[in-house]
Design a protein around this ligand. Structure first.
Ligand code: ZN
Length: 168
């Protein structure tokens, strides 16, 4: 970084911003930008990764807030993505099942016991809705469950997932 920039940082940023506002719709500029992106794909990816690592907490918080505020669109997008990429989705599911074999077995066990009436189904623990899923409070005991409606089930899953990520 040169001396001029160091001493005139604010001014340079301001001028760059102005320049960008004036030229952002120029055909020439758009073309150049596109070329730059294609030629420097790896570098851009690396820079992005570096930036995300540096500001990970901020980034994660922003990302999570965005998801929470746009939950319906986000879910719709995810559904569309899996519809458009069936192989990827299947592969992902297969890998998840492989990684969580014991857990999956326990989930099936619980649902069988519910079906056979060994475990009594209850309304959603949060909102009282009748249509419910069993949410496992640990990954070992098939009886250690609470019943949650679809919405609260996935809400809880999301929280669990985020907590796990934060502690990693
Ligand atoms: Zn509920």
């Amino acid at each position: 970084m040169n001396k001029y920039y160091q001493e005139n940082k604010e001014k340079v940023i301001q001028r760059t911003r102005e320049w960008y506002q004036q030229h952002k719709n120029d055909k020439d500029y758009i073309e150049k930008k596109k070329n730059y992106r294609t030629e420097n794909r790896e570098k851009i990816k690396k820079d992005g990764r570096k930036w995300r690592n540096n500001s990970k907490k901020k980034y994660v918080r922003g990302y999570r807030n965005y998801i929470d505020e746009h939950i319906i669109e986000t879910r719709k997008k995810a559904r569309n993505y899996s519809k458009e990429n069936p192989e990827k989705t299947l592969e992902c599911q297969r890998r998840y099942r492989e990684k969580n074999k014991a857990y999956m077995k326990m989930v099936i066990e619980t649902s069988l016991m519910i079906k056979e009436g060994e475990i009594e189904k209850k309304p959603c623990n949060v909102c009282g809705q009748i249509e419910v899923m069993a949410y496992h409070l640990d990954r070992i005991n098939p009886f250690n469950i609470v019943f949650l409606c679809k919405e609260h089930f996935w809400d809880r899953k999301k929280q669990e997932y985020r907590k796990k990520k934060d502690n990693r």
